[in-house]
Design a protein around this ligand. Structure first.
Ligand code: NAD
Length: 249
């Protein structure tokens, strides 16, 4: 189905993993997709994959922790495709350590990519959305930000910050017909979690998931499509967990 035909979507950190799958799903629904990543090669490759299947896409390198780079990226895509209709704040980073072993540079990375990156991207797109009186902002957060996960304390805090920010931004932007929602992923199989799965043991972890499987990037992408649709326009400021029943808040 082409339920997002001609909408312009930006997905951050979409060179691989969940972000790439979100980008593919948006393209299948007819959206023009800007693939952002700090890794230029993977951003361009992912955009090529979409083009090869008949979609419209462009890969743009930018470090989302840097507001100027983000603004340049938005300007570039605006010149070619017009303003962003759908922003998916997906790029993330997590330090896996007990808090006592973390350093300020770990804190800076988790908070910078998860929280400041989200602020930068929202800042760069919302004025255009306000002018158009429509828009969708969807943040990929984590159940860690709601229930707290040991070894992921700073990440848990950074994702909780995104959740709180989204609730407030949703209220500020509701009158402009812009919705802001969060998807809290449970453990989802991507390149980013390979080491973590080896560390904790995948079989052991799966037992904590009532559906007895870990998430797939498609599970998260399906949630993004839901929030992006016209029909979801009265849902804002919400956080939905996509974790096979692991987190039932
Ligand atoms: N995979 C999981 O189990 C899981 C669980 C809960 C939440 N999440 C969240 O889902 C999102 C995607 O996770 P993933 O597993 O696909 O991660 P991943 O590590 O596989 O991919 C993340 C992508 O973001 C890019 N990136 C990193 N820093 C960036 C920056 N400064 N600017 C632009 N791009 C940058 C990386 O290059 C990479 O391509 C993250 O926000 C993560 O916190 C993942």
């Amino acid at each position: 189905m082409m339920r997002l035909k001609n909408k312009v979507a930006l997905v951050t950190g979409a060179g691989r993993g969940i972000g790439k799958e979100i980008a593919m799903a948006l393209a299948r629904e007819g959206a023009i997709v800007i693939i952002n990543d700090i890794d230029e090669t993977s951003a361009k490759e992912a955009a090529k994959e979409i083009q090869a299947s008949g979609g419209t896409s462009k890969g743009i390198k930018a470090d989302i922790t840097n507001l100027e780079e983000v603004q340049e990226m938005i300007e570039k895509s605006k010149q070619e495709f017009g303003p962003i209709d759908i922003l998916v704040n997906n790029a993330g980073y997590w330090t896996i350590k007990l808090f006592k072993d973390t350093t300020p540079s770990d804190w800076e990375k988790d908070i910078g990519i998860c929280f400041i990156g989200t602020l930068n991207c929202c800042k760069a797109v919302i004025e255009d959305m306000m002018e158009k009186k429509s828009g969708r902002i969807i943040n990929i957060v984590s159940d860690a930000g709601r229930i707290g996960e040991p070894y992921l304390s700073v990440y848990s805090g950074a994702k909780a910050a995104v959740i709180g920010f989204a609730k407030a931004l949703a209220k500020e932007l509701a009158r402009y017909n812009i919705t802001v929602n969060n998807i809290a992923a449970g453990v989802t199989k991507t390149p980013g979690v390979e080491n973590f799965l080896k560390m904790v043991g995948e079989e052991r972890l799966v037992k904590a998931y009532p559906m007895r499987r870990l998430g797939k990037p498609e599970d998260i992408a399906n949630g993004v499509i839901f929030f992006a649709l016209e029909e979801s326009g009265y849902i804002t400021g919400q956080t939905i967990s996509i974790s096979g029943g692991y987190t039932t808040l």
